[in-house]
Design a protein around this ligand. Sequence first.
Ligand code: C2O
Ligand code: CU
Length: 445
Amino acid sequence: AVQTWAFNGQVPGPEIRIRAGELVRVEVLNELPQPLTIHWHGIAIVNEMDGVPGLTQQPIAPGAAFVYEFTAPDPGTYFYHPHTGTQLDTGLYAPLIVEDPAEAGRYDREITLMLDDWIDGIGGSPDEVLERLQGGGSEMEGMEGMEGMEGMEDMPGMGTGQAAEVTMGAATGARTSEGPLGDDTGDVDYPLYVVNGRPPTDPPVFDVGLGEQVRLRLVNAGSDTPFRVAVRGSDLTVVATDGFPVSPTRTDAILLGMGERYDAVVTIDAEGVFPLVAEAESKGGRALAVLRTGAGPLPGPEVDVPELRGRLLGPEDLSATAETSLPAGRPDRTYELALTGDMAAYRWGIEVVGGGELSVQQGERVRLVLDNRTSMWHPIHLHGTTFQVLAPGGVAGPRKDTVIVPASGRVAIEFIADNPGRWALHCHNIYHAEAGMQTVLTVAP
Ligand code: C2O
Ligand code: CU
């Protein structure tokens, strides 16, 4: 048991489930000691309901209320979370599922899995974590030899590599060797990783039928942790990412950056108990859930899942379906954006190369080239519209709202600027965003 902040006293918060096109009304009563706003992540919403303080609304003061009202045009897996300070790294997150009224019912069952990195109430509050980062750089590495930091390795969340393993408790596993995101995948050394709010020593268990088509809705609600997900004994068929369908693609494991969602179908053809592991990529911890088709003892947190080392989808492996692909065409406007960072000062940035504002006209087709000039990966999230990832080789990549930009890498995205307003564009590492990696895209009507 930990003390944290939550929606309606539960973690994750209450699921909102609607059908595409329906009007949603959510009343938020702020009983927290801090102001907050709520963001409906991934939904192409009207600007004044987007929940970005100082940009689309005034924050909801402690004791005050605010009513959000919007329609969700596109079916898919979304979530909601505060957009104020470091609050995302508390228990304040919840699924938002938009059902497709036209869906043929191709799945027998669905399971929503919210993955999260947890420190609140164990290793200090998220605000304290940010303060420590701004005072001393990465919590994961590079603390050795820093002046005045002696003794801090005893604090959870402030460890060196070794101390990390001690503070991991139930979290297990050695650091993975270099993966697609490099070795430096996060700044915060979390003591715990959870699925649907539960630690790996007490995982959520889902009973599923033998041979059933089970649609997993995976959400990375973490603040500083990419998760690699696999199920023992089965491959996964990815059918959507960030709400939008992709051509169904088989894989053994899926890597999710913070803010990303993947829908994948899994079928279990044997009787027994099957672990689903969400490994904190290159961090040495994991979260666990269990799919059960028959009797058997529950797996422990260290259970071996060979599929974690199997095929891993890269962005170039996914393509949008014909219906979700942007029409052929050339961009009316292209911007290059530099992702910048200074780890020692813990300052992060996102800047228009050549200067000026990020401003486009409604209806324009816009290309953004994200040029990562840092040695760390960043999950970049755009509000208000989804974009298409331009995969290498001119392939029509997936429609997404959050895209991984690898360390020193470049990623190009394109979208039709059809939703007027001032939209946030930022890194979904909440500590990077708070330390400056956010900007505004203006779509002028
Ligand atoms: Cu999920 Cu601007 O955030
Ligand atoms: Cu970042």
